[in-house]
Ligand binder design. Structure first.
Ligand code: NAP
Length: 335
């Protein structure tokens, strides 16, 4: 058994988790936030946030996170840099098994664990990740001053990464598997306006060259005139060729962080995102477990939508805890 029983534990410390913490703390629930492997969430992978309401000139992502964290702390939230490895959601209270081997119990559980960057599956990526291969231009872009670099992807993230990298790199080549970008018009235009950025269409990354010691030295690409060349590697129209580059950046979307929920009754969709009970509130299919942010939202994935969903999760958890208390009191009175 564990001594620790909390009213509410929040897993995740991006905008969803931190906003849930503000609301839960202001409701005197003294929430514990398990910050996870990426404290601050996806926002920490970006620099300036220009579309979060209330900041005429934008705000630095790090500052936004720190301020929001402090705001929740002021009302009584506490933090631990641990992740949930496993969750037993059958019993009451719930038991959470944490990354340091400890466990704790909580009456209500808010899942705000976000989504993590996807990997392409190119040869050598395991060895080179962090050694010239990156999923975060903001974190690693400055290492590539004067380099030629590749950005893999065709969505808003790829445009954002390419634009950021154009400040440092000599040439940024966006490699997209089709010939039409998925990115929004404004991001597309911004990227296309930069003379350092070039686009390579209908092309995919097969292999990255280099080593842990020397970093990335090049890459093998495949091109097919009709796109998605990896599905057509035996096709004579598919051309494989090498490029010399000093860095590769993945920007092909995200996967929700829900491994610890796989064996529970929380329902996940085909991509692993948490489904809500009614598509309207933050309630999941397990009574007492609430969800907010990118871990349940594969579409909007914005700081402001995550914050809104974190707020909903905390309000729903508070109401649920109130109802639980009323039931417990009624039961005690009946005995
Ligand atoms: P996304 O919109 O899902 O785009 C992923 C891109 O990667 C697509 O172009 C996709 O190709 C490509 N891709 C996926 N798997 C691939 C693979 N295995 N190999 C090669 N290419 C692959 O993801 P995102 O760009 O991360 O954006 C996610 C959400 O966040 C979106 O709603 C976006 O608007 C938002 N966002 C907004 C901003 C902003 O406004 N500043 C910045 C970042 C993200 P296909 O097109 O062929 O599917």
């Amino acid at each position: 058994m564990t001594d620790e029983v909390h009213d509410v534990v929040i897993a995740g410390s991006g905008m969803a988790g931190l906003t849930a913490a503000i609301y839960a703390a202001r409701a005197d629930l003294e929430p514990l936030v398990l910050e996870g492997d990426e404290p601050g969430g996806q926002l920490t992978l970006t620099t300036d946030v220009e579309n979060y309401p209330g900041f005429e000139d934008g705000v630095e992502a790090f500052e936004l996170i720190q301020e929001t964290k402090g705001q929740a702390e002021r009302f009584g939230a506490s933090y631990r840099q641990l992740s949930v490895e496993d969750a037993d959601l059958d019993g009451r209270p719930f038991t959470l098994h944490l990354s340091d081997g400890s466990r704790l119990e909580t009456k209500a559980f808010v899942v705000a664990t976000g989504a993590s960057a996807r990997w392409v599956g190119a040869e050598n990526e395991e060895i080179l990740m962090g050694n010239g291969l990156s999923t975060c231009a903001t974190c690693d872009g400055a290492f590539h001053r004067g380099d030629d670099v590749l950005v893999i992807g065709g969505g808003d993230s790829a445009m954002e990464e390419a634009i950021f990298l154009s400040k440092f790199a000599e040439r940024v080549e966006v490699v997209h598997r089709r010939e039409e970008l998925r990115a929004s018009e404004i991001m597309k235009d911004r990227a296309m306006d930069k003379e350092e950025i070039e686009f390579t269409w209908n092309t995919e990354l097969l292999e990255i060259y280099g080593s842990e010691e020397e970093g990335v030295t090049g890459a093998k690409l495949a091109h097919h005139p009709e796109g998605r060349p990896k599905e057509k590697l035996d096709n004579p129209a598919t051309e494989e060729y090498d490029v010399d580059v000093g860095g590769v950046f993945y920007a092909i979307g995200h996967d929700p962080n829900t491994e610890f929920l796989v064996d529970t009754d929380v329902v996940l969709d085909d991509e692993g995102y948490v489904e809500t009970l009614d598509g309207r509130t933050s309630e999941t299919h397990v009574d007492g477990v609430f969800v907010g942010g990118d871990v349940t939202d594969s579409f909007y994935q914005q700081a402001v939508t995550a914050a809104g969903m974190g707020c909903m999760a905390a309000i729903d958890a508070e109401e649920w805890l109130d109802e639980l208390e009323r039931e417990e009191k009624a039961e005690a009175a009946a005995e």
